[in-house]
Write a protein that binds this ligand. Structure first.
Ligand SMILES: Nc1ncnc2c1ncn2[C@@H]1O[C@H](COP(=O)(O)OP(=O)(O)O)[C@@H](O)[C@H]1O
Ligand SMILES: [Mg+2]
Length: 343
């Protein structure tokens, strides 16, 4: 099952053209990393201690939804430790041999970043346990009865793992990380800081109200904030607007159908179907999906989490229901209890 979010504007996974742009906008030092005060503080202790000891840092696990800064932090960790960085990902490590090749070429103190570490294969995972704990792996040579295992010493290295689903990591793997940082969604104020920094780098001029407007539509996610900023920049360029204020930002994002709470066309279609066709529900997921013309999985993994998080939709054993906030957001009168189909 894939939970990739394919939406161009408010999806939280990077779209293809975005990777290079993201690299340019990434803060390079822990001090430039906005928000996540808890994780930043903890991480800075871990790194400082490793510097004082003159040894590789403990392994670090970063967990949290897409677009909140896991990859950025991994790069910052390597940067702060002045160590080279090797980047790989769970899906790229399907055989223990893939991992053995990476591990055996690590240099002392190197940071190995494994993105989506929950998607690594089982045998690779087991090899990683030993590498993390004892800085040693057993390489199996040959097959069947003639197979022999050759122990290989590894230089001390720091593993940084990132996962969107910490719950899917097997206990033994989770336990081998000395430090786990959970990234949280960002406040509007924090997103404004992210935007301010990016706007300076993209050379676009936005007012304080303009930043606030973009931030409030960014779903608590820096990746989305940066993306919306680029769309606002396009709009301003084409409309010859030199200083983007609240109304320009708002008009630009309305053009792209991202509303003032960050809902896009699909999110609103789901709420509208619930409210106007089912008087607020409850209605089953598959019925809802048919009504909005999407796959069940898309509705469940792409639209619903944010609608639930924002308190527009609730999942109940009898189906999905729209909350009062949903009616209000759509500009519809909130029904009195006896008018609701669900009672
Ligand atoms: N705390 C932050 N401060 C500034 N920019 C951030 C922050 N977190 C994320 N970003 C920006 O958001 C984008 C996505 O971040 P990334 O680290 O790739 O997220 P993840 O790996 O968690 O999906 C990057 O362009 C990065 O510059
Ligand atoms: Mg990432």
């Amino acid at each position: 099952m894939s939970t990739e979010d394919p939406r161009e504007l408010v999806g939280s996974s990077p779209v293809a053209e975005e990777k290079a742009m993201e690299a340019a906008l990434r803060p390079k030092a822990l001090d430039d990393f906005v928000g996540q005060k808890t994780v930043r503080g903890q991480l800075s202790l871990v790194l400082e201690s490793s510097r004082l000891r003159g040894a590789a840092s403990d392994h670090v696990l970063l967990s949290g939804p897409p677009g909140l800064g896991k990859t950025t932090l991994a790069m910052i960790i390597a940067g702060e430790m002045n160590a080279p960085l090797r980047i790989s990902s769970g899906p790229a490590i399907q055989h223990a041999g893939d991992l053995a090749a990476i591990l055996s070429s690590l240099t002392e103190g190197e940071v190995l970043f494994i993105d989506e570490i929950h998607r690594m294969s089982r045998p690779a995972e087991e090899m990683l346990y030993m590498a993390m704990e004892d800085f040693r792996v057993d390489i199996i040579v040959g097959k069947g009865a003639g197979a022999t295992s050759i122990p290989l010493e590894l230089p001390p290295f720091t593993l940084v793992g990132a996962t969107t689903r910490a719950g899917l990591l097997p206990g033994p793997l989770r336990d081998r990380f000395g430090f786990t940082g959970h990234l949280e969604y960002y406040s509007t104020e924090e997103l404004e800081l992210v935007l301010r920094r990016s706007a300076a780098m993209l050379d676009v001029s936005v007012s304080t109200e303009g930043f606030a407007e973009i931030a409030s539509r960014s779903r608590g996610t820096p990746r989305i904030a940066n993306r919306l900023l680029r769309r606002v920049r396009d709009w301003a360029l084409v409309h010859s607007v030199e200083d983007v204020g609240r109304s320009a930002a708002s008009e630009a994002l309305d053009t792209y159908e991202v509303d003032r709470r960050g809902l896009d066309r699909l999110d609103r279609a789901v709420l509208e179907a619930l409210c106007t066709k089912f008087r607020g529900g409850p209605v089953g997921l598959s019925t809802l999906a048919i009504l909005v013309g999407e796959e069940t999985e898309t509705v469940e993994t792409v639209a619903e989490p944010y609608l639930v998080r924002e308190g527009f939709l609730a999942r109940t054993p009898r189906g999905r229901i729209a909350t009062d906030a949903a009616w209000e957001h759509l500009g519809l009168p909130v029904p009195v209890p006896e008018e609701r189909s669900g009672g």
